[in-house]
Design a protein around this ligand. Structure first.
Ligand SMILES: O=C(O)CCC(=O)C(=O)O
Ligand SMILES: [Fe+2]
Length: 291
């Protein structure tokens, strides 16, 4: 099994061999980058497959049709559930999250080990970068996160990147479609967003479906409300520095047989953090020498 440093060296080589320096520089300067599907290799067919799988899961969980263009087959309602980021502006949630999507299908696991995404995450978080969680945001027409745009950091403002995120836009991102919002360069402020100024500084990241938005944990980000019909579908593959607690305890509970079934099991398992040597007597003990 390669060491963390060998994986890191491979990722650094990927950056130079694939000419990814531009994206690395954008992350350094702006706190995010948008990598087009031609660069990550995510094909139209793969995007269709991922969307179809996610819409089918929504139908199974919620019990009405989920058509990515037309929206839900019945009005969706959360009752009294106040949402999370929605509470900043006290609006009714118009999105939900599917969690643990890497258990659904191999296609989701393949996306987590995309070499471009892996290289950018290791660039931000270092050789020991790990998974934190694998989720999907499904957003429909509504108030979104309200006037605040739900701007937030994905981590505490502790000076360096402790988390980083790969948002895969599986539907076209325009402002009216509920694009990702962020304040370019805000990762350098090492502070929480200040309202309402942050909203004035925010810009929509408009990009075609299949694009990867890779961003730093200190970036101020949220989203514009979706005003168009249909759904905005996003996969959020969330990474962490090893010193940070995961959102989902993947290292203990993710099934090994699924980890072995993907494009790059070694990378997947290393990001999972399986087999760390101090969990039990993992380190070998010597034998007694034969008399
Ligand atoms: O696009 C959005 O709604 C926000 C995404 C987000 O906050 C995240 O992935 O951390
Ligand atoms: Fe976030």
């Amino acid at each position: 099994m390669p060491t963390d440093q060998q994986f890191f060296t491979d990722s650094q080589r990927t950056i130079s061999e694939m000419g990814l320096e531009k994206y690395v520089l954008e992350i350094e300067l702006n706190g995010f980058t948008i990598v087009p599907p031609e660069v990550t290799g995510l094909t139209e067919e793969k995007v269709d497959q991922l969307v179809d799988l996610l819409m089918a899961k929504c139908e199974e969980l919620i019990g009405c049709t989920f058509d990515v263009e037309k929206g839900p087959g019945a009005p969706l309602d959360f009752g009294k559930y106040p949402g999370t980021l929605e509470q900043i502006s006290k609006v009714k949630p118009s999105q939900f999250q599917l969690v643990e999507i890497c258990k659904y299908d191999r296609a989701f696991r393949d996306l987590t080990v995309n070499p471009v995404a892996a290289a950018l995450m290791r660039h931000i978080l270092g050789p020991q970068a790990k998974f934190s969680s694998h989720n999907c945001f499904v957003k429909w027409a509504g108030e979104g996160y309200g006037d605040s745009l739900g701007l937030h950091l994905d981590q505490q403002p502790w000076g360096r990147a402790l988390n980083a995120n790969c948002n895969w836009a599986l539907t076209d991102y325009t402002k009216e479609n509920g694009a990702f919002a962020c304040v370019p360069g805000s990762h350098l402020r090492n502070a929480n967003p200040v309202f309402p100024r942050a909203v004035k500084e925010a810009v929509p990241l408009e990009c075609p479906r299949g694009s990867l938005i890779a961003f730093h944990g200190l970036l101020w980000h949220g989203a514009y409300p979706r005003t168009n019909p249909g759904f905005r579908v996003t996969i959020s593959n969330y990474f962490r520095h090893p010193a940070i607690q995961p959102q989902n305890d993947i290292s203990h509970y993710f099934p090994m047989e699924l980890a072995d079934d993907c494009d790059d099991p070694e990378t997947f398992k290393r990001f999972c953090g399986f087999g760390l040597p101090y969990r039990g007597q993992v380190l070998p003990v010597p034998t007694t020498s034969a008399a």
